[in-house]
Write a protein that binds this ligand. Structure first.
Ligand code: NAD
Length: 472
């Protein structure tokens, strides 16, 4: 009948503001029962994340292959193993993290004891990106669960196979009264963003980051923005060039073919050293990906045709097209672009404007390596900054005078893998951080609690404030 048809149509309707509102209401209801606060609930859910990663490994790898043609071993390490390891770190630390922290005494409140109690914030929204669609979705979810919150995850529609797999497996393995996945793109995310959340963690580009922050401001909701930027690599000349080249190539092309938030975006080196560096990079690239990189199974494809066209335009730009010293080949049908190095690109060329997020690596040359500092400082603060050097003084100056989300000396990308380090941006590369205990803290409120008895009365604190009391 017509009524039945209408009903079915309504059910099929996209996720709208009403459905978002009732979702948040349900989760808030679950949160207020107190179940997510218990240590046991948190542990059960975290263990289920690990089980899910183990039992669904094959499906996850297939989805990643479909969405990004990620080489299997790379996908296994950077998505499955890293997610499992984040859950394990949380399981190991949780008991301690949850303990109230004793705070020092203060003479003005004597006698009293003070403590800092970590309490869950409530209902968390996590909006994630396509480039590491499993890790960037589940790593923040792990933090939200560890801190005892209810959570909604909105994976990226740009990796659709992974998004729908996550929706299925999260429902199967985790407590759906408190942990939910909503799939969708702009309209669904906008409906979610209309709601009042207790914290939002967004991973993606700065344009949408601003939309997220504006929506959150309406409800005074705090945000963590995990954005990107142009992460520079400063290469000094007194180094072990073979090791450096290998580490640069691994960080740039070995991690999702440049489609990683902390991938080296551009290199700065001296004019004199540049030819040697380029030769070393060429050698290593050939060793890793062969003479015909488009045939290599070790390189991810470009995620979609929009990004392919964007990247193609960057290399075809008149200002840099003559600067290609390696690569440049592409296959539009298969969305492949070979590792491409451009030497001596002008700083005002398009490729030096926005984050590249693909397999193109421009090199800027300077007279003195120290000149690189000003170039980096004149730009937006990047998510990562890398330096290759044996010069301790230069290293100290780099650490003290360059502002970036994270920093790594004599390697690339690896700082992300130490859970004792916070991961996040600064300035245009984002705000807030997570990973390890920082994830727990990111989704907890640090409640200041002062305990007193009924002793220790002093008339000095109570009116009337007579001149005699003021002398005390
Ligand atoms: P994306 O296209 O997957 O978008 C990210 C999320 O934003 C998606 O879930 C999408 O649905 C949502 N979105 C898009 N438009 C929206 C709108 N108008 N309103 C509300 N939500 C909207 O990912 P992307 O932005 O292409 O990701 C690449 C960027 O993310 C790069 O800048 C990269 O450096 C950065 N990044 C940062 C990190 C990090 O951890 N800091 C990790 C990965 C990527």
């Amino acid at each position: 009948s017509l009524i039945e048809e209408r009903m079915m149509e309504k059910e099929k309707r996209v996720f709208d503001i009403d459905s978002a509102a009732s979702l948040v209401k349900d989760l808030r209801g679950s949160f207020y029962t107190g179940k997510t606060k218990s240590y046991e609930w948190r542990v059960t859910q975290l263990k289920s994340v690990i089980k899910m990663m183990e039992e669904k490994e094959k499906e996850i790898l297939e989805a990643l292959q479909k969405d990004l043609s990620k080489p299997e071993l790379e996908a296994f390490i950077s998505e499955i193993a890293m997610t499992k390891s984040a859950a394990k770190v949380a399981l190991k630390g949780l008991k301690n993290w949850m303990k109230p922290e004793k705070a020092g005494a203060s003479i003005t409140t004597f006698p009293s004891t003070a403590e800092i109690v970590s309490e869950p914030l409530g209902v968390i929204l996590i909006i994630s990106a396509w480039n590491y669609p499993v890790l960037l979705s589940l790593d923040p979810v792990i933090g939200a669960i560890a801190a005892g919150n209810a959570v909604v995850l909105k994976p990226s529609e740009v990796a659709p196979a992974t998004s729908s797999l996550l929706a299925r497996v999260v429902e199967e393995y985790l407590d759906s009264s408190a942990i939910r996945v909503i799939e969708g793109s702009v309209s669904e995310t906008s409906a979610l963003l209309e709601q009042k959340w207790d914290k939002i963690l967004y991973t993606g580009n700065g344009r949408v980051g601003r939309i997220v922050m504006a929506a959150a401001a309406k409800h005074l909701t705090p945000v963590i923005l995990e954005l990107g930027g142009k992460s520079p690599v400063l290469v000094d000349s007194n180094i072990n060039l073979e090791v450096a080249a290998r580490r640069i190539v691994a960080g740039k092309w070995g991690a999702n073919n440049g489609q990683a938030c902390i991938a080296p975006d551009y290199i700065i080196t001296t004019k004199a050293y540049a030819p040697e560096l380029v030769e070393a990079l060429k050698c290593i690239l050939e060793e890793f990906f062969g003479k015909e990189p488009l045939e290599s199974k070790e390189l991810s494809c470009i995620v979609n045709s929009n990004h392919f066209t964007r990247l193609a335009k960057l290399v075809d730009d008149d200002k840099v097209s003559g600067k290609i010293v390696l690569g440049g080949q592409r296959n539009e049908k298969r969305l492949q672009i070979a590792p491409t190095i451009l030497l001596d690109v002008p700083q005002d060329s398009q490729i030096m404007m926005d984050e590249i997020f693909g397999p193109l690596l421009p090199i800027i040359t300077v007279d003195q390596i120290e000149d690189g500092f000003d170039i980096i400082r004149s730009r937006s603060k990047p998510l990562a900054a890398y330096l290759f050097t044996n010069n301790k003084k230069l290293e100290r100056e780099f650490v003290s005078s360059i502002s970036s989300g994270g920093m790594l000396i004599n390697d690339t990308v690896l700082h992300l893998a130490n859970p004792n380090l916070p991961f996040g941006g600064v300035g245009d590369s984002g705000m807030g951080c997570y990973h390890g205990k920082f994830s727990f803290d990111a989704f907890s409120h640090k409640k200041a609690v002062l305990h007193r008895g009924f002793g220790g009365e002093s008339s000095a604190r109570y009116p009337p404030f007579t001149p005699k009391k003021q002398k005390i």
